[in-house]
Ligand binder design. Sequence first.
Ligand code: FES
Ligand SMILES: [Fe+2]
Length: 396
Amino acid sequence: MEGSGTALLERSIRIVEERMPELAHSFMQVPLSYYRDAEIAERERQLFMTQPRPVVASTEIAAADDYLVRMTMGRSILCTRDIDGKAHVFLNYCRHRGAEPAKGCGNARRHSCPYHGWAYNSKGELVAMPLPDRNATLDYSELGLVELPSEERHGFVWAILTPGLPIDVAAHLGEVDGQLAAQGLETMRYVNSLPLEPISANWKCVAEGVVESLHVPFVHRATFNVDPVSGGERFVSSAAIDMAIYDRFGPHVRYALPTFGREQLDAMRGHRDAGKPVGWQQVVSVWLLSPGVLIANDSYGLDIGLMEPGPTTDTAYFRYGWMGPHVPPEGLPTVEEMAQRAGAAVREDAPVWEGCGRGLALGGHDYALIGRNEKGVQLFHEALAAQTGYAGLRYQ
Ligand code: FES
Ligand SMILES: [Fe+2]
C-alpha cells in the first residue's frame, strides 16, 4: 500500500540507491495570473470556508471552561470546552448588536459582552443580560452564539467556517487519516510560536515553500545545521537536499524524505527485511492538507502550520507551532525549544516568501517554473486546481 511505512522505506531506499529523487514527468508552468486573479482567489476562499481545518489544539483548551479566541479568514472564532468536556467552536459575535464577547484565552464560566453585558456560557448559550425585566419576552434559547460544525480528532479541534455544513474529518482526510493516526498527535502537547503572522504574498507562495526542501541550504543553513537528530546526507550535502518521494491523496499532498544516506543503506535494507516499523527516524513525512494545513515530522514531534489567504491576493496569514510528547526523549530539546526553533525557521522563510509575493504580483514574466525535482509543489498546484476548476497549469 502506497501510504504504508514499508512502502515509504522501500521507495526511500530506492532513491538513495539511485541518487535521484522521484521526479515529476515535466516542468510545470504556473501563469502569474494564478496568483493575481480575484476570481480564482474567491474560489480558493470557498475551500477555506467549506472544508474542515484545525482551529485549536485539544491541549490549548484542555480543561472544562477553557477558552481561546482566534482569528481566521477574517473572522473572530471562540473555541471552548464545556463542562461536559465537549469542545465547541463559535462565531465570536454577540447576538445583540454583534460585538465580540470573548477575548484572548483562559478559563471562564461566562463570556460577558463588552458592549452591553450579555453573557454566554461555554456551550454558547445566552445565560444573562443586564435589566432582564426589560427583555422578559425574549427567548434566550434562540439567542446563543452561532456554533460552527466542529470535531475533535488527531489532537485538534477541526471546524468548518460555514454554519450548518456537515463535518466528517476522517472522510475529508481519506487515506491521510490513518497516516496521521500513526503519528499519535492526540497524545501530544501543542506550543505555538507564531500566532498569526501576516505575510505579504499570495498564500500559495507559502504553500509552495513548505513542500520542497531545495531552499533549505540557502535559507535555513544556520537553523537546520544544528538539527539534533538530523542524520543522513540531507542536511550536510546540498546535492542530497531534493531527495524525496511524493504522493497525492485526493486534495492532499505528502512529500517524504529519507533521513539516511548511502552509508546507512545496508542498515535500512535490514530494517526493511526485518519488517520493523518505519517512523520519522527513517523517513520524514510532510503533509500539506487541503486547504493550507501543514503537518510535518520534525525531530521527535511535528511542525503544525496553518496558512490562509489574506483580504487581497497578495496577502496571507501563517500560524505556526510545534507538537510533541509531554515528556521529550532523553537529551533532546523541550517542546518549547522546538517550537521556538520552528518559529525561527519561518522567520527565515517569510522575507523570501514576500519576495516571491512581489515577484508573482508585479513581475513582467509570464509564468513561474516548477522543476521536475519540485514534485511536491506540482502536486500541490494540481490538487488545488482540481478542486477550484482552474485549467491554466501548463507543462513543458
Ligand atoms: S453587542 Fe453584545 S451586549 Fe450589546
Ligand atoms: Fe523553509
